[in-house]
Design a protein around this ligand. Structure first.
Ligand code: FES
Ligand code: FES
Length: 155
């Protein structure tokens, strides 16, 4: 049994410790907002937070996540930063197909939780591992900047 805390709920998962967190979230717990893209930490579609850090859940074994706080796209709106980001995403109509967008928001939320007023270069660096085949990068950056402005630089 692996003890996990997912979106504030503690639960024991009866899976081998090497099972990727992504599969556990999607197949075991039904949290399908986190997407599978590459399975090799190359696209960012599977990004979740592990103790507040953005991680690629496709290459994170659940043994690594034991006794840490996992937050997924399903709960990021419960935090002020996540809520503001989601509102900016909607306001600016960021998504195209939408497939990458959960990962994009999770990476942006981790950035703003640690850096309330990122520069353009810091935004680009933090988001560089999240690929969007639809090319929504310009609107993603605009939405992050709108969220920063709305929050007045608070974390
Ligand atoms: S599915 Fe995890 S980084 Fe692509
Ligand atoms: S919105 Fe389609 S991949 Fe990003």
């Amino acid at each position: 049994m692996i003890p996990l805390e997912i979106n504030g709920k503690r639960q024991n998962i009866d899976l081998p410790g090497e099972t990727p967190l992504l599969w556990t979230l999607r197949d075991e717990l039904g949290l399908t907002g986190t997407k599978f893209g590459c399975g090799m930490a190359l696209c960012g579609a599977c990004t979740v937070h592990l103790d507040g850090q953005a991680v690629r859940s496709c290459v994170t074994p659940i043994s690594t996540a034991a006794n840490k706080k996992v937050v997924t796209i399903e709960a990021i709106g419960n935090a002020p930063v996540g809520k503001t980001l989601q509102a900016a995403w909607v306001d600016l109509g960021v998504p195209q197909c939408g497939y990458c967008q959960a990962g994009q928001i999770m990476s942006a939320a981790a950035l703003l939780a640690h850096n309330a007023k990122p520069t353009d270069a810091q935004i680009d660096e933090a988001m560089s591992g999240n690929i969007c085949r639809c090319g929504t990068y310009t609107r993603i950056r605009a939405a992050i900047k709108q969220a920063v402005a709305k929050r007045g630089g608070t974390q």
